[in-house]
Design a protein around this ligand. Structure first.
Ligand code: CU
Length: 228
């Protein structure tokens, strides 16, 4: 008798678990948020770089890199965190510039700062999110920093005042840096309502409310940053 009750309960529980999968209602599917970020005003010119100019080297990174923006969800979707172990990223020192100029990472990432130039560089930050000073080190050497707190970190070199970069640290993985054409794409976003933010170093950030439908699909959100 008791055995039968247990058996009945197990059967009911199993049916309840299976029902949502077989009742025809489509399971929630992750969606895609994509679009473009344009800047109404071009980013300000780089400061003069006499050392590089004297050598006849153009500044290949500056202008394009300053046009790059970061688009991200203000808060992560519930139960959607898939932290990879020991994430690692890299910011080179090349042609007297940090490459990339904009780096976006998830909290807990260790960033390598290899010196791939012909001169000494120094890497430091006074940002509250993560302040550090790696000192000066020679070409071919590398040092690293781990970023545990979400926020914005400005990076400089104390030898070359024209060298600067941004590291944006997020508590989740729903962020993207725009490409050369200003395009971005956030994949695998669970259905829900979000605040989407577009950030650029040279303009005020903007936010939009975005809804990813239960059935997933693509949502296009375009931004134009800067004064009208
Ligand atoms: Cu330097």
């Amino acid at each position: 008798m008791r055995y039968r009750m247990i058996q009945g309960f197990v059967l009911a529980a199993a049916t309840a678990l299976l029902l949502p999968l077989t009742s025809g209602a489509a399971a929630p599917a992750p969606g895609v948020i994509r679009g473009r970020v344009e800047l109404r005003q071009p980013p300000p010119d780089l400061e003069p770089r006499p050392n590089v100019a004297d050598l006849g080297m153009a500044a290949p990174h500056g202008a394009t890199d300053r046009r790059r923006s970061v688009v991200y969800l203000e808060t992560a979707p519930r139960a959607a965190f898939d932290q990879r172990e020991e994430p690692r990223a890299r910011m080179d020192q090349k042609g007297e510039a940090f490459v990339p100029h904009i780096l976006a990472i998830v909290a807990g990432t260790t960033v390598d700062f290899p010196n791939n130039d012909h001169t000494y560089h120094n890497v430091f930050s006074l940002s509250k999110t993560r302040s550090f000073d790696l000192g000066r080190y020679a070409a071919g050497r590398s040092k690293s920093v781990r970023f545990d707190r979400p926020g914005i970190v400005r990076v400089f070199c104390d030898i070359h005042s024209h060298m600067s970069a941004y590291i944006l640290v997020f508590a989740h993985r729903y962020f993207a840096v725009t490409d050369n054409e200003g395009r971005y794409r956030l994949d695998n976003v669970p259905p829900g309502t979000y605040t989407l933010i577009a950030w650029n170093e040279s303009a005020a950030q903007e936010s939009r409310r975005v809804v990813v439908a239960e059935a997933g699909g693509e949502v296009e959100v375009n931004f134009a940053l800067g004064r009208r």
